[in-house]
Design a protein around this ligand. Structure first.
Ligand code: AMP
Length: 380
């Protein structure tokens, strides 16, 4: 069987390696940190993402290369692609790394999105805030994730503070201003495209963020068939244009019946973690099947699933493990404020049973606030 090289050795690489083991796939994970958590379950090569000698050594050990981290320099991905097949392709990665090119592509493909503008100076920022109105959000074009590198401009009085916080990034990462979407809810499409162009998507996932970081997901999200078809159509259009191979996520804002795209993630995604225990084939397994050119697995759901993210420190596992379909995922990381250290998946046959399970877990762990918005939807 093949050896898959993964650039980035965090929890996503770890879960890919765990999903690949039954297929007989071997792995080498490449990460700058010696304690990268995927290193607990797969051989780890420690190196810098721009160290070509280290990358050459890595390439020599593997048959095909993929990512758990999208901020690997695009130049390194291109360099590797001259030596081994790299999926998703480096051009797709480069688009997804830059909010401006990503949004320009959405626009070209006729995928609706909030207004946006490239910002190069304090004057441009002032002018665009006046055009978009407040609130709006200033973000770094590159290297932002989980709400980092963002400043919410609530009124004109915040413009100076926003520029003070992020203006220094103009040269390094670039900046983009986005109109604020007063969304009713957030959903994501997690989809996969194979080397032969076969495309599959899991049902839409409903997501709740706290301070820009995913807190809980619910699948399938209750959306109309029309909305489902539209969202999946956007994902398919994007994947085909980028000749994308592997799993990716498309994050969307729902405002009434309207769907506006926020961003794409060129990798397995936190909002698809429920698929490990709630779908016929997980996003991790299907990503590997795609990059290895194997037939894709069925994406059908096995009931109703909820994922709860654990940040900072792992809670006690007992309450989740006591549930009939409660599953625990501990990434083996050192606790640190705000760090994603694990998650739980709960699955049940009906929304009502899932709500009961979720309520029990929320109460046992003192996480009532985290489960409340999900309960609200399940019991509506
Ligand atoms: P991002 O890093 O772009 O995915 O942003 C993280 C989270 O911040 C999103 O999931 C939203 O909850 C919120 N957010 C980002 N951009 C916007 C926007 N233009 N309008 C409203 N909320 C936003």
């Amino acid at each position: 069987m093949s050896t898959v090289g993964i650039l980035g050795g965090g929890q996503l690489a770890r879960m890919m390696a765990l999903a690949g083991a039954p297929l007989g796939v071997r792995f080498v994970v490449f990460d700058p940190a010696a304690d990268a958590c995927a290193g607990q379950v797969a051989p780890l090569q420690v190196g810098a993402f721009d160290d070509t000698a280290a990358l050459a050594e890595f390439a020599a050990k593997v048959d095909v290369i993929t990512f758990d981290f999208e901020n690997v320099p695009a130049a390194s991905a291109r360099w590797l692609s001259e030596r081994r097949p790299v999926f998703p392709n480096p051009a797709a990665l480069a688009v997804a790394q830059d909010r401006l090119s990503e949004k320009t592509l959405f626009q070209e493909l006729g995928i609706p999105l909030p207004p946006f503008a490239d910002i190069r100076s304090r004057e441009e920022l002032g002018a665009k805030v006046a055009e978009f109105g407040t609130p709006c959000i200033l973000k770094t074009r590159r290297l932002g994730y989980d709400g980092k590198g963002q400043f919410r401009i609530r009124s004109d009085a915040d413009i100076d503070a926003a520029w003070q916080a992020l203006g220094v990034q103009v040269e390094k990462t670039g900046l983009i201003l986005e109109g604020f979407v007063a969304f009713d809810r957030e959903v994501s499409v997690v989809a996969v495209r194979g080397r032969d162009g076969e495309f599959r998507a899991w049902p839409l996932t409903g997501n709740w963020h706290v301070d820009g970081v995913l807190s809980a997901s619910l699948a399938p999200a209750a959306v109309s068939t029309e909305q489902y078809d539209i969202a999946i159509g956007y994902a398919r259009r994007l994947a085909e244009r980028l000749d994308y191979v592997g799993v990716f996520a498309l994050e969307l804002f729902c405002r009434g019946e309207e769907l506006l795209v926020n961003e794409m993630a060129p990798r397995v995604h936190n909002s698809g973690h429920w698929t490990s225990d709630g779908a016929e084939t997980s996003q991790f397994e299907n990503h590997l099947r795609a990059v290895l050119g194997l037939p894709l697995g069925d994406t059908r759901v096995l009931g109703h699933a909820c994922m709860l993210n654990w940040l900072g420190q792992m809670p006690d596992a007992t309450a989740v493990l006591a549930e009939p379909a409660g599953h625990w995922h501990d990434y083996g990381k050192q606790p640190r404020e705000g760090r994603k250290v694990g998650h739980a998946n709960l699955r049940e046959d009906s929304p009502a049973a899932l709500a009961d399970a979720l309520e029990r877990v929320g109460e046992s762990l003192g996480r009532q606030a985290q489960v409340a918005p999900v309960l609200d939807v399940l019991r509506r």
